[in-house]
Ligand binder design. Structure first.
Ligand SMILES: *Cc1c(COP(=O)(O)O)cnc(C)c1O
Length: 403
């Protein structure tokens, strides 16, 4: 495939998929792959789910696009349903995760400005965080790799060590606007924040008049077995939350959710988007939410999660020299390998018919569709087992020959 006319930002393998069904993708040679990365935690119901196809087709016959200058059919109702299911009172629809974070950052600063504190602009994030690729979101995450070469860093962004309350407390002051955290770090290496840590953040924010922002772009939409990951506790609700990826099931859709107190300042003229929450996105997003809230759906996620984590832990015991740790929460899972081995493992898994991803800290990332079956998890584990075994054989042989 000749990619010379594309920005060289991506370097995909020599592989072309022609269609998908459920947890499976088929390439142009007819070979089938078990998809355990699902567009990076996006294809909530797998590929070509009939209800999503139907929702998109039905809407496509009516209206594709209006822009938000008119009431978008279904948008207010989808927002109402999400508000009923969460801490939120109001929703702003977007096309992506980064845009949802941007809305949260602007809303947080606007809130303080309207309270008479325009000096409260600092957003405290965490090391290892990922919030997207726009200029504000790379500054918010602070990963030097994603900032280098793009000019000066923006003022008003700081990073605290992940999960360390004392250093975070020392960082907050009268300039702090908000704390921004992923309840489960995805890109950073599938690190869940303990739920007690989120509760402690809520308390700290309440005590100091700071807003709490969650980035549930990757860990939301049912991925951990709750609709949103922070909902494992009733005492960890944020003031603002960004989500995207899974809520659209593969159609670009994101949301910034907020309390009434915060959202009320985002009046006409303060913010906007042309495509965000357009009729096609809302139609698909509504069908996704119908599934997420259907009886038994999240129970299946929890059961499959227990199965997946149980099996991964067994592999860790079987290959103690290779698998350093099993990571993640729910169906956002992974395992940590020795330095530099995660990309080799991902490639080997693909050669053996399993699509996985990588994440920071030498982890292999697994994020299957949420309606994955028990049998498909067994198949994936068998492929991972085989790949670990062959990696171990190579290592033993290398150790033998070096003696
Ligand atoms: C993917 C991701 C984003 C960015 O989402 P885009 O849709 O790529 O802009 C932000 N935060 C987290 C946690 C993500 O995983």
């Amino acid at each position: 495939m000749n990619r010379d006319s594309l920005f060289p930002t991506y370097a995909p393998p020599e592989l072309q998929f022609s269609h998908g069904k459920g947890s499976w993708l088929t390439d142009t040679s007819g070979r089938q792959y078990l998809d355990f990365i699902a567009g990076i935690s996006v294809n909530t119901l797998g590929h070509a789910h009939p209800d999503l196809v139907e929702a998109l087709h039905a809407q496509a016959q009516k209206i594709w696009h209006l822009s938000n200058m008119f009431d978008v059919p279904g948008q207010a109702e989808l927002a109402r349903r999400y508000c009923e299911l969460t801490f939120a009172d109001r929703v702003f629809f977007t096309n992506s995760g980064a845009e949802s974070i941007e809305c949260a950052l602007k809303s947080a600063r606007k809130f303080h400005a309207e309270q008479g504190h325009p000096e409260r602009i600092d957003i405290i994030g965490f090391e290892g965080a990922f919030h997207g690729r726009t200029y504000a979101t790379v500054n918010a995450a602070g990963n030097p790799k994603y900032l280098e070469g793009f000019g000066p860093r923006l003022p008003g962004y700081k990073q605290a060590p992940f999960g360390d309350m004392d250093s975070l407390r020392a960082m907050t002051d009268e300039h702090t606007a908000a704390i921004l955290i992923e309840p489960v770090q995805g890109e950073g290496g599938l690190r869940p924040a303990p739920i007690s840590y989120l509760e402690a953040l809520r308390e700290l924010c309440d005590a100091q008049g700071i807003l709490l922002i969650y980035d549930e772009v990757q860990c939301g939409a049912g991925r951990t077995g709750q609709l949103f990951a922070h909902q494992w506790s009733e005492r960890a609700a944020p003031d603002l939350m960004a989500t995207a990826k899974g809520v659209g099931g593969g159609f670009p859709l994101g949301m910034c959710l907020a309390t009434a107190d915060v959202a009320r300042h985002m009046v006409p003229g303060t913010h906007g988007t042309t495509y965000g929450g357009n009729p096609l996105a809302v139609a698909v997003g509504t069908a996704v939410l119908d599934h997420l809230t259907a009886p038994g759906f999240l129970e299946n996620v929890r059961e499959r999660s227990a199965q997946l984590h149980g099996k991964l832990n067994r592999l860790k015991m079987k290959y103690p020299d290779l698998v350093a740790e099993v990571r993640g929460k729910g169906l956002l899972a992974g395992f940590k390998l020795g330095s530099g081995l995660n990309t080799a493992m991902r490639d080997r898994l693909r050669e053996n018919g399993l699509l996985a991803g990588v994440a920071g800290d030498n982890t292999v990332r697994l994020a299957p569709p949420l309606n994955v079956s028990a049998a498909e998890i067994e198949q994936a584990i068998a492929i991972i087992d085989g790949a670990l075994e062959s990696l171990q054989r190579v290592r033993v042989a290398a150790a033998g020959s070096s003696q």
